[in-house]
Design a protein around this ligand. Structure first.
Ligand SMILES: [Fe+2]
Length: 283
């Protein structure tokens, strides 16, 4: 009988004109039904599940994306990202829930830390094609939490909009550089249903310190990624399972007065250098 029910639902989808939508819904139906047959939820548990999803939706606002967070803590975001990743260029990782606002356009060398108080650092590198050719004019969308571990959208009364964010254009040699503060590990928001889920499962909410990037260039596959601060706490237990070893970068203590002058930072300073490599394969 229960198998008949599953096939009846799948059969009801047969007039879906978009074949991909039909495939996704049929597979979703089969997997959901299999999950229910396996776990045999009580009515109360089913209602609790509906309440949880309802609360997840109701927690979303223009500046908070609880469903992305749910996808993140269940590892679904990382799985989708990995399936779609380009296997040759820079490793990708999750977008995360804080890419909510447009990053302000900034000049190369600008400081995205509008508030100060953190440990100053410089992030620099190049955007390259797979064969090492620089990609002049590549775009870099950058966002990070402040030194206390909060994004601007989480603290509209404390941080100016656009703090920790910048949209940079690589120079004629594909180079980019900007100033910021060394990011800190931070807990993902725990005051909503996803936080309840973490508490109920005895999981901590922390992410290791990182800076987000989306790099794009004409004729190349864009990459959504982070760089993680080497030595940061929680690198081995990221709440959203997003760490890849290739993305862990040294924010090296640098004592170089002339370089500090060039970047406009006090000497000594912390310096993360890395290149972003894009694949010309699919654009
Ligand atoms: Fe983040």
């Amino acid at each position: 009988m229960t198998t008949d029910l599953t096939e009846a639902v799948v059969d009801s989808l047969k007039d879906t004109t978009d074949p991909r939508l039909r495939e996704l819904l049929a597979s979703l139906t089969r997997h959901l039904h299999a999950f229910v047959r396996e776990t045999e939820p009580t009515m109360a548990e089913w209602e609790r599940a509906i309440d949880f999803l309802t609360a997840t939706g109701q927690t979303c606002t223009d500046t908070r994306q609880e469903f992305v967070l749910l996808s993140d803590v269940l590892g679904v975001s990382m799985l989708v990202e990995t399936i779609n990743a380009d296997e040759h260029g820079t490793d990708s990782t999750v977008l995360g829930p804080f890419h909510m606002t447009e990053s302000p356009v900034r000049e190369l060398g600008a400081d995205i830390d509008l508030v100060g108080g953190g440990e100053p650092c410089v992030v620099s590198g190049r955007v390259l094609s797979l064969d090492g050719t620089p990609l002049p004019g590549a775009l870099l969308d950058v966002w990070q939490a402040n030194a206390e571990g909060f994004y601007d959208v989480q603290q509209p009364e404390v941080q100016p909009a656009g703090n920790g964010r910048g949209l940079f254009t690589a120079d004629a040699e594909g180079r980019f550089w900007f100033r910021t503060c060394v990011p800190s590990p931070y807990p993902i928001p725990t005051d909503g249903p996803v936080g309840d889920l973490l508490k109920a499962t005895g999981r901590h909410p922390y992410r290791p310190a990182h800076i987000h990037f989306i790099a794009s260039a004409a004729g190349h596959v864009p990459v959504t990624t982070h760089i993680f601060v080497a030595g940061s706490e929680h690198l081995d237990s990221d709440a959203v399972f997003a760490v890849k070893e290739s993305l862990v970068q040294d924010f090296a203590e640098t004592d170089d007065p002339s370089l500090a002058r060039e970047f406009g930072v006090p000497n000594p300073f912390r310096h993360a250098r890395f290149d972003l490599v894009l694949n010309p394969g699919r654009s």
